[in-house]
Design a protein around this ligand. Structure first.
Ligand code: ZN
Length: 379
């Protein structure tokens, strides 16, 4: 396994890319971005916004859409777009089925509404959501693939139907986590979001196998031609900020009323207390990611902290050894009830997707990591 020289990204990460010095694209970007000042980045973003708006003369009531959930990034983005860029945003949220949404997420959405934004919520039928979640779990080892497809697809569909020319998302996946397939022509350009693993891999046929065509539509990301015809552009906001990071966004959002997780790191493995606040089953996906690729959410959080110089690589190794892959049995049990399966069947499916070089597997139970001291983490 090859590790980034700066952080803990490995070549097992889908679409990972390393430069000739063995540094991942996220770390490379993080070093280079310092050469460009905040004011020049902001000027560039404003110029791109002007160009997009000028392509579409008769747009609707709103200047742009900000995709939101009940999470920390939403609050900060919504404020920034309205107050800093002076735009009129419509916030669009793809709601989760009641069994999937957390109380914290629901309360955070209420907080966002109380801050004075217009919000449009689209929620696919809960029965179809559960069916598709089980199907994508069995087919791809991913319990939230269909949830994410619905979330990413709802935003452009609503933009097109309301003639809104611009969509803002927060983090640029190419730069934040090193997903090279989504790279655009510049660091704000999000028009290649369609290449995101979760949207592209595996196609969409499996959805039609499970639900009626009219229900399947909620999960389909509009094609490039539809974007071009509707003159809709996607831009990432994270790259416009000097201090875009999970930690900074959490602090900002908490100060404007966002509720963070209680101290349940041992249950969720979330060392930030602030990731995926709105939804329960992503915790399971973060755990499965660990079994598939050998790294989980703690690695992602630590990598960002290494790039922000608030954690050393060695300190990060200790944290990821302790917290990567944690997801309590109680969450697994709730998921099994949600989709109607037995717990041992759940582990059998997880085992099927587990990397056998890194983990030992046993029928019907959790995989176990085979740590190789001196080999793991490229040290
Ligand atoms: Zn790196």
């Amino acid at each position: 396994m090859k590790y980034c020289k700066k952080c803990l990204t490995t070549d097992l990460r889908p679409n990972a890319s390393f430069n000739s010095s063995g540094v991942c694209i996220a770390c490379e970007y993080s070093e280079n971005q310092l050469s460009e000042s905040f004011s020049s980045r902001l000027k560039f973003l404003k110029q791109m916004i002007r160009e997009t708006k000028s392509k579409k003369k008769n747009h609707g009531l709103y200047d742009c859409i900000v995709g939101v959930s009940g999470g920390k990034d939403s609050t900060r983005q919504a404020h920034w777009v309205r107050d800093r860029l002076g735009l009129k945003p419509l916030l669009v949220c793809c709601g989760y089925p009641p069994l999937q949404m957390t109380d914290i997420g629901a309360s955070n959405m209420s907080n966002l509404i109380s801050l004075g934004f217009d919000i449009e919520v689209f929620t696919p039928a809960p029965q179809s959501s559960a069916k598709l979640s089980l199907s994508s779990f069995k087919k791809f080892g991913n319990v939230v693939k269909s949830t994410e497809m619905a979330l990413f697809s709802a935003v452009p569909r609503i933009a097109m139907s309301k003639k809104i020319p611009l969509i803002f998302w927060g983090e640029n996946p190419a730069l934040q986590v090193g997903d090279a397939n989504t790279e655009g022509v510049n660091y704000f350009d999000g028009n290649n979001l369609r290449n995101l693993n979760t949207l592209k891999d595996g196609g969409v046929e499996w959805i039609f196998d499970e639900v009626d065509a009219y229900k399947a539509k909620a999960y389909l990301y509009p094609c490039k031609e539809s974007f071009d015809k509707a003159k809709v552009d996607i831009m990432y906001l994270g790259t416009a900020w000097d201090d875009w990071s999970n930690d900074e966004n959490s602090i900002y959002a908490a100060l404007t009323g966002l509720t963070l997780r209680p101290d349940d790191t041992k249950i969720t493995g979330d060392i930030s207390g602030a990731s995926m606040l709105d939804e329960e089953f992503t915790n399971i996906n973060m755990m499965i990611k660990y079994y598939k690729f050998g790294f989980g959410r703690a690695t992602d959080i630590c990598n960002e902290r290494i790039r922000c110089d608030i954690l050393t690589r060695n300190e990060a190794i200790n944290l990821v050894k302790k917290y990567d892959g944690i997801c309590d049995d109680s969450i697994v049990l709730r998921y099994c009830k949600y989709v109607g399966i037995k717990v041992n069947f759940f582990w059998d499916v997880v085992n099927k997707y587990t990397n056998h070089d890194i983990f030992t597997i046993e029928k019907g139970v959790r995989p176990r990591r085979k740590f190789k001291v001196g080999v793991d983490f490229g040290s």
